[in-house]
Design a protein around this ligand. Structure first.
Ligand SMILES: [Zn+2]
Length: 353
């Protein structure tokens, strides 16, 4: 199957938006499947392989993006996966992914993920500060919204797409790179999300994907992590270097040389690796590189000691309320802030056929 990828997009004007998407891809051939069963890796970092490298998402000015608060609220839309996966299993998968990150970060990072149960039908608002999980079951597209008059359709080879919205203002180092929102669109049109613990993968025309495995990867993007290798030339910005200053290697090189280079093998097995085999569960638990990336970005000693429930959630009652993000966006605009919107991530995926 063909692999496609969308690069960053720019919008002119005072408030510019840059969108970069990565999609899961199919290599179109079976490449040595690595289907490792996550074996309850809830242990300490010391019990894991030594971290090799990680890459953080960056602004156009190459500054790593970052969250300014101590917690992020993740909430699925109430429209889940229908007959593909029971609602309680969908919620469990999301909660398991959140717990996986929190358990690994707990003692060393101030950033924590918090789960909010579905509260009704919602559409993604890239400015509301709520990390919404949205399952697309009819078309892998985001309809026009209050903040975007155009429908946005994603790469159909992508299992999911995470959109990270951050401030892009190189002239103001205090705010440049500050993340204000992140949301995830899941592609249930072309993929069948399921629970690998609950029997064999479903059969049919869609590719089976373990939901927990996918959510953990996407949450890494939500927190600001980038893929550790480049799937396509230019897919990772030139300044996207790892913590040791090395540029991201090509993923094809990783796949070719990992058997003789333990460092590449470790990278290949990381949760943020951009491809996944159908039914894979190795990404359910973040690995040493992934955890090191978050701890570096949000070390315990820098805890801002702020954790605010998004206003859009605070205002939610029986009647829908206007997204609080509107006011936030306005304040950003008044401050002359250059707003950057990045379509970051996605998963890549590896497929056998
Ligand atoms: Zn990804």
């Amino acid at each position: 199957m063909q692999i496609t990828e969308h690069g960053d997009r720019g919008r002119g004007g005072r408030a510019s938006a840059a969108r970069g998407r990565r999609s899961l891809r199919w290599t179109g051939r079976f490449s040595a499947a690595v289907v490792l069963v996550a074996a309850g890796v809830l242990g300490a970092l010391a019990a894991e392989p030594r971290a090799q490298a990680f890459i953080r998402s960056r602004t156009r000015s190459c500054r790593p993006v970052f969250w300014p608060q101590g917690c992020l609220y993740v909430q699925p839309d109430s429209e889940l996966l229908g007959s593909d996966l029971a609602p309680d299993r969908v919620e469990n998968a999301i909660q398991n992914a959140i717990t996986a990150w929190n358990d690994h970060l707990g003692v060393s990072s101030f950033l924590q993920l918090r789960y909010l149960a579905p509260r009704g039908p919602q559409e993604i608002n890239p400015l509301d500060g709520l990390q919404l999980i949205k399952f697309r079951r009819n078309r892998f597209c985001r309809p026009p919204t209050a903040t975007n008059s155009m429908e946005v359709c994603f790469d159909q080879s992508a299992t999911a797409v995470t959109t990270v919205t951050f401030i892009n203002r190189p002239s103001d180092p205090a705010s440049d790179g500050l993340i204000i929102d992140a949301d995830i669109d899941f592609n249930a049109v072309d993929f069948h999300f399921y629970d690998a613990d609950n029997g064999p993968p479903p059969t049919g025309g869609r590719t089976p994907v373990d939901l927990w495995n996918t959510v953990t990867h996407e949450l890494g993007h939500v927190m600001g992590l980038e893929h550790p290798c480049s799937l396509f030339p230019g897919a990772v910005a030139a300044c996207a270097v790892d913590d040791q200053g090395s540029p991201a290697p090509d993923c094809s090189q990783v796949e070719r040389e990992r058997f003789r280079d333990p460092r590449l093998q470790t990278l290949y097995e990381s949760t943020m690796y951009p491809t996944a085999a159908p039914g894979e569960v190795i990404k359910r638990q973040p690995h040493a590189d992934d955890v090191a990336g978050i701890i570096t970005a949000y070390p315990r000693v820098s805890d801002p000691r702020t954790c605010r429930l998004p206003t859009v959630v605070q205002n939610a009652g029986c009647a829908a309320s206007a997204p609080a993000s509107t006011g936030f966006a306005a304040s950003l605009s008044l401050a002359g802030t250059l707003l950057g919107v990045i379509f970051l991530r996605l998963l890549g995926r590896r497929q056998r056929r």
